[in-house]
Design a protein around this ligand. Sequence first.
Ligand code: NDP
Ligand code: MG
Length: 382
Amino acid sequence: MRTLTILGSTGSIGRNALEVVRAHRDRIRVKGLAAASNAALLAEQAREFGAESVYLKSGASDYLQAGGPGKVFSSAEGLDSFVEACDADILLAAASGTESLGPVVAAIRRGRRVAVANKEVLVAAGGLIVDELERHPSAELIPVDSEHSAIFQCLEGHDLDGVERILLTSSGGPLKDVPPELFGGLTKDQVLNHPRWKMGPKITVDSATLMNKGLEVIEAAVLFGLPVERVDVLVHPEAVVHSMVEMRDGSVLAQLGVTDMRLPIQYALSHPDRWTVPPVLRYDFRSGPALRFEAPDTRKFPCLQLAYAAARRSGSAPCVLSAADEVAVGAYLQDRIAFTDIPRVIERVLSSHRHEERPGLQDILRIHGWASEETRRLCEAH
Ligand code: NDP
Ligand code: MG
């Protein structure tokens, strides 16, 4: 029996993770659940899964009023103390934003498994996380993002020396076939209408700008220890191949399956075991579509280029990229800037930041704070 703490249990990944737990109660048990403010759903989840502790950034009194059980932590105690008190075998980092960075680092230091969905954390603090993993070899970092889960599975049993490059697939997002001259007049419904995946609003906007793929390029370089030049993006609209690895000898290994986040979430929990899934989660090749692959249009989607450039600079640049994107997307979702302003604002913040080569944990938090504030200022000036 493995125990689990979920950061972001009320979100899209968190709810899917709880479905996995529901289907495998004999193998995995919830110890702690954390959310930002959705007290009603958190109370319902904590009751159903028997959570011993919960964290709510705000709204602890609503949680108690909703009859939520267990020990309640709030921002006064902090997310770190909550995670430490739970001390589960697996920490699923699936809260949006970068507030999970401290708990992720702490779980690595305690030699735990971190199932990481939260790509912002890997992008902002990749170098630091890799250093911590080297220092704590009993800890494990297992990706939940579908592409990285695919690459992780393709690489199992292979030496990195044999790898030529990673082929990160992208559905192309909701705007793949929309001409760029129409981007200025897009409604939010069009931007939020992802053709393949149902996800939270921030990552869905990132899928429309292709910043999501850019963050994933950086995420892949961090997780698998390859330079970004050897991480290529391939547009694959059917989203059946979740990513591939090309080996030096020309063999290409791929991982395929239905587009359902329960599969990569489950593997991050079950690894190295495989748990049986119901027929709806099995891919049927006979009724599936023909599979297409094409190069991404980086002129139409400047965010992808911005991410490659930040990755090449490394150091503090990916952290600035991620923080600027988080705030710019938030401003877009609140109708404060236009869709086409997102890459412009990020580019300006990146070019005005003073580069740091090897930021530590406190530096990352400071740089993230600066970039967020600078982006907010630019968005307000719009
Ligand atoms: P959602 O917006 O659906 O959910 C975010 C969750 O995080 C909610 O539970 C929210 O609580 C919680 N949360 C936000 N801030 C805090 C905080 N400070 N402390 C504790 N909990 C917090 O996002 P997604 O589930 O879509 O994405 C989560 C992460 O996973 C992101 O980093 C995303 O990039 C990544 N990811 C998501 C994928 C997907 O399919 N959705 C795929 C791959 C990666 P509340 O509900 O109370 O606001
Ligand atoms: Mg992904």
